[in-house]
Design a protein around this ligand. Structure first.
Ligand SMILES: NC(=O)c1ccc[n+]([C@@H]2O[C@H](COP(=O)([O-])OP(=O)(O)OC[C@H]3O[C@@H](n4cnc5c(N)ncnc54)[C@H](OP(=O)(O)O)[C@@H]3O)[C@@H](O)[C@H]2O)c1
Length: 259
């Protein structure tokens, strides 16, 4: 099966392309570097020739409110019309658990606009809503840092490994479209403040994490269950502790830049 992964050079896209190829599919990594641009439309018609499935794991280079909305709306419209012209039978897109509860943020308004365009199109689809990736816990802490202190709320949090996100998308992309939303998440629930404390401690990062119910997640007010998936979510296997010890060993060995 020919599967085109738009954003195939990104964190999730590169893992997804590898997994699909390992399962014998013709997986094509498409991104501006390979001459495929979902904003200008450049290279899309050629890349999509003969494709059965198109997976959209792009992300916007800017998260500023107007820019991110323009990115996801333009990119999604271009992809859907090129897919219709090419006769692709399944559009898969990666979105975020709790998107409709996070609309205080322009980023999530843009993700909801992306989802709505997909639902309104004639192409059969599967929207995969994932929880936050383990790889982004430190970035969440960085956003909430002032001086040597990180203020985060004790909201429930069920993140997952990027590798498990890619495996779940590979399974969904190679099955029939669900014409709806599938939620995916990690195997364990934590508190956001507690997990950031654990992540920073393992990296020997001296910042202090303060539990503050009024602090936001990327500046957005969240309540107890804003960030966690429904009970029917499909869960990844990788546990945070195992991922963290592997990730910090790699950093100490110099194989990786600190995330
Ligand atoms: N962060 C989280 O915790 C989280 C949780 C759930 C869902 N998500 C969603 O996951 C998705 C993917 O995230 P990621 O971290 O894998 O993203 P990423 O590493 O930033 O990769 C983004 C990809 O999009 C490509 N891209 C950018 N502009 C493009 C354009 N005009 N045309 C074609 N491709 C373009 C990039 O290509 P270049 O490499 O050439 O720039 C890159 O391959 C996002 O939509 C995000 O909302 C994230």
């Amino acid at each position: 099966m020919k599967i085109v992964v738009i954003g195939g050079t990104g964190l999730i896209g590169s893992k997804l392309v590898k997994k699909l190829q390992e399962h014998g599919h013709e997986a094509v990594a498409a991104s501006p570097d390979s001459g495929v641009n979902s904003i200008t439309g450049e290279g899309l018609a050629d890349a999509l020739k003969g494709a059965s499935v198109v997976v959209d794991v792009t992300n916007s280079p800017s998260w500023e409110d107007a820019a991110v909305l323009k990115f996801f709306e333009t990119s999604t419209r271009n992809l859907l019309s090129s897919e219709a012209a090419a006769g692709a039978g399944h559009h898969v897109a990666l979105s975020v658990v709790g998107t409709e509860r996070l609309l205080e943020s322009g980023f999530f308004r843009a993700k909801l606009a992306q989802e709505n365009l997909i639902k309104a199109s004639s192409i059969p689809y599967s929207i995969v809503r994932a929880t936050q990736f383990f790889e982004f816990v430190k970035q969440i802490a960085d956003f909430s840092t002032a001086g040597n202190q990180v203020r985060l709320p004790p909201a429930l949090f069920q993140p997952m490994a990027a590798d498990d996100v890619a495996s779940a998308i590979a399974r969904i992309a190679t099955n029939s479209p669900v014409n709806g939303i599938v939620e995916i998440g990690g195997p364990e629930q934590f508190r956001l403040d507690e997990l950031a404390r654990r992540d920073l401690a393992a990296r020997q990062d001296p910042r202090e994490v303060i539990s503050d119910p009024h602090a936001g997640y990327y500046g957005i007010q969240v309540s107890e269950r804003t960030l966690v998936p429904n009970d029917d979510a499909r869960l990844g296997e990788t546990r945070f502790g195992d991922w963290l010890s592997h990730a910090t060993k790699q950093v100490l060995k110099g194989h990786l830049q600190p995330a």
